[in-house]
Design a protein around this ligand. Structure first.
Ligand SMILES: [Zn+2]
Length: 454
């Protein structure tokens, strides 16, 4: 099985790496990923998958499906880029292609593409072995800023699945046995009264003062929440650039994170109280709008162990000479001046550790409705920070290709093990059921996805 997967994927290698490179060269922001989505949809049709568009009413959410009946195995493919990270490929100096434009600083150009590659290998093998079952690749927009999968999960898109697989490039190989933080993203807007700041200050009510006081209040709140929680903010609107006008409006965006959704909700309620207090102190009014949210990530030991087995069979990541050249070129720019030990090709074990990594993913929502396994695969020089120009410089190169194709082989083998042994799928479901969790989407029903501003 492993050898056939290798043959199929190596035979189509350029087909897939060209798609990843095309998406890298056309970086698009949340819910505006039209070119990237089209490239993946066209490829799905070409590879014999039935495509459904506009999932959950989102223009850039789609799926490609092959086969029928159970098990139903789904891959979660992403393809969105990050704002302001434009960067030349293979340049170890910061050098944007278009200053201020987006760039693939998280390697998502390889995620949707790698998922498609894995599914194509599975399709061919299901045909060869005449196996029943369904394989679905989902085009999941807006992972970075907008939680596409949370909206899709809320609308029931993934309820058709028996198992979900979610890959992500990284600087190390890992089968995720840890959770990630649940998260609510909300905007707080304060409304005051404009007035001449020197001549008529008593007539003014400063929205900027309210925003500042809210930040101070949240700062004191941080000491009295669970240790693992994280709260951070950005000024979206500081009320203008004239100190001599009392600022009539100001807006803050807060991310509130904690290991579990109920903790996030509790802290969010207290942050709202802080906003209310800031408004009272300043004689302003305020409103709060939730923009998006995601749950924590549930692991599945059955899927983790099957993945460990499959990874061991596929073996270490086979990095080419060119991949090593890329890794060595970028190593000094990420704090490895001697460019030693630049790539992780190890075969990971699945280890469950009951902690939450200090980050969040919208794969979490999917993991609350279907047994899910998440992979991090090495495709970057060691030490590369996420969301960085250094990563953009590597994510459209042979280094990313090698990592992506290796992971596609692992995922295809995991998928085939599950297809050939439905008992494993049953066990994964039993484990999932044993958690007794209920999906509680942190995004209110009336909140819709919003395209990210250019
Ligand atoms: Zn990412």
């Amino acid at each position: 099985m492993k050898n056939r997967i290798n043959e199929i994927l190596e035979g189509k290698r350029k087909y897939f790496t060209d798609i990843a490179d095309y998406i890298w060269a056309n970086p698009e922001l949340a819910y505006r990923e039209y070119k990237s989505a089209k490239a993946l949809k066209d490829a799905m049709v070409e590879c014999g998958f039935e495509v459904t568009e506009n999932l959950a009413g989102i223009e850039t959410a789609f799926k490609g499906q092959f086969g029928s009946g159970h098990p139903v195995i789904g891959f979660l493919g992403e393809f969105d880029a990050l704002a302001g990270l434009s960067q030349e490929s293979l340049n170890a100096e910061k050098c944007p292609i278009v200053p201020g434009a987006p760039g693939h600083g998280c390697g998502h150009n390889a995620i949707g593409t790698g998922c498609l590659a894995a599914a194509v290998a599975m399709k061919e093998l299901m045909e060869e072995y005449k196996l029943p079952g369904t394989v679905i690749v989902y085009g999941c927009p807006a992972e970075e800023q907008g939680c596409g999968k949370s909206f899709m999960t809320r609308e029931g898109v993934f309820s058709e699945l028996d198992v979900a697989l979610a890959p992500h490039p990284s600087d190390a190989n890992n089968i995720m046995g840890v959770s990630m933080l649940a998260n609510i993203q909300a905007e707080f807007t304060f409304y005051g009264q404009a007035a001449h700041a020197a001549a008529m200050p008593h007539m003014g009510r400063s929205a900027l003062d309210a925003a500042d006081l809210m930040i101070v209040g949240v700062q004191f709140l941080r000491e009295h929440i669970v240790q693992e929680a994280r709260i951070h903010h950005a000024y979206i609107d500081a009320g203008g650039t004239s100190p001599n006008v009392v600022q009539a409006q100001a807006k803050l965006l807060f991310y509130i994170r904690a290991p579990k959704g109920y903790q996030v909700k509790e802290i969010f309620a207290r942050v709202q109280d802080v906003a209310k207090g800031a408004a009272i102190m300043t004689g302003t009014t305020w409103k709060c709008e939730i923009k998006s949210g995601m749950t924590d990530l549930l692991n599945n030991d059955v899927l983790g162990k099957v993945s460990e087995e499959a990874w061991a069979e596929v073996g270490e990541t086979q990095f080419s000479e060119k991949a090593y050249e890329v890794a060595k070129l970028l190593a000094p720019a990420v704090g490895n001046p001697e460019a030693k030990d630049v790539l992780d090709k190890s075969v990971p074990k699945y280890v469950r550790i009951p902690v939450a990594m200090p980050g969040s993913t919208d794969v979490g929502d999917v993991s609350y409705v279907v047994p899910t396994v998440m992979y991090m695969y090495a495709a970057e020089t060691k030490g590369t920070p996420g969301h960085s120009w250094q990563l953009v410089a590597q994510s459209g190169t042979e280094l990313m290709h090698d990592g992506m194709m290796h992971n596609a082989k692992v995922m295809a083998l995991v998928g085939m093990k599950l297809m050939q042994n439905p008992e494993l799928v049953k066990q994964a479901k039993e484990e999932f059921d044993s958690y007794g969790v209920e999906y509680d989407c942190l995004i209110p029903d009336d909140v819709k996805p919003e395209a990210q501003a250019e």
